[in-house]
Design a binder for this molecule. Structure first.
Ligand SMILES: Nc1ncnc2c1ncn2[C@@H]1O[C@H](COP(=O)(O)OP(=O)(O)OP(=O)(O)O)[C@@H](O)[C@H]1O
Ligand SMILES: [Mg+2]
Length: 226
């Protein structure tokens, strides 16, 4: 079985509404870098919500590393922790993710939730701050930051959990050229370290060096090609 496997997913946000994903299947192998492409409204972010266990399909199955991920499975706290430790999600809009008083606490939040020791939490936060080159923002309030800075803090918060799988929704949006360059290098390093990357983007040409395959989401979220 593949690391992430969706089979014949049907998903709509409201009952009786047109499905966003219909008969949608997808398999992603460990260590792959997959680009998710498609027009505005094609269902990329919806797909990511399902992969991260934030939305659940009305029918079809989602297996992560052989485990059926559904509402019932994730209701169990221990299962949810285990799952969220392995799969990290950068939201398209980082504002949705940031709610702590300081950048430090924001990045420490995940590792603290995982029950890591204060020492280990501190080490992870400092590593992530330095990886993203945002040490100077450490004591700032996330809501006062610029758009690009918020994106970096959100990404640092994802990286601090050291997940096996990174699901990144428009990671370059709002970043300047220099930040794009080092983020691309960081993604290359993560891939070389064996991480699985799933990236939604409208700038696929920028990811050609690291992408193994791409999926184009169709008009109603059906897969058109791989
Ligand atoms: N919370 C929601 N409630 C109801 N409908 C939603 C919700 N989120 C998204 N939709 C609808 O689902 C469809 C797919 O949206 P989605 O955000 O997944 O597209 P996307 O491919 O990520 O687009 P973009 O390129 O603009 O980010 C759209 O028609 C959108 O209006
Ligand atoms: Mg989107």
């Amino acid at each position: 079985m593949s690391l992430l496997e969706l089979k014949q997913i049907e998903f709509s946000y409201e009952k009786d509404e047109t499905a966003v994903l219909s008969d949608f299947s997808l398999a992603i192998e460990a260590g792959q870098c997959v680009l998710v492409l498609g027009e505005n409204g094609a269902g990329k972010s919806t797909l990511f919500r399902i992969l991260n266990g934030l939305s659940f399909a009305q029918s079809g199955t989602y297996h992560f590393d052989g485990i059926l991920i559904d509402e019932r499975y994730l209701k169990n706290n221990r299962n949810a922790k285990q799952f969220h430790k392995r799969i990290g999600y950068l939201f398209q809009n980082p504002d949705v993710m940031l709610f702590n008083a300081t950048v430090y606490d924001e990045i420490a939040f995940g590792p603290r939730q995982m029950g890591l020791s204060d020492e280990e939490v501190d080490r992870r936060v400092l590593d992530s701050l330095s990886l993203m080159e945002i040490e100077s923002l450490r004591q700032k309030a996330p809501y006062h930051l610029s758009g690009g800075q918020k994106k970096k803090v959100a990404l640092a918060a994802v990286l601090s959990l050291n997940p096996d799988v990174l699901i990144l929704d428009e990671p370059f949006a709002g970043l300047d050229k220099k930040s794009e360059q080092w983020l691309l290098q960081l993604l290359k390093d993560l891939k070389a370290a064996g991480k699985t990357l799933v990236i939604a983007t409208h700038a696929d040409e920028k990811f050609q060096e690291i992408a193994d395959t791409s999926i184009i989401m169709g008009e109603k979220g059906t897969r058109e090609s791989i």
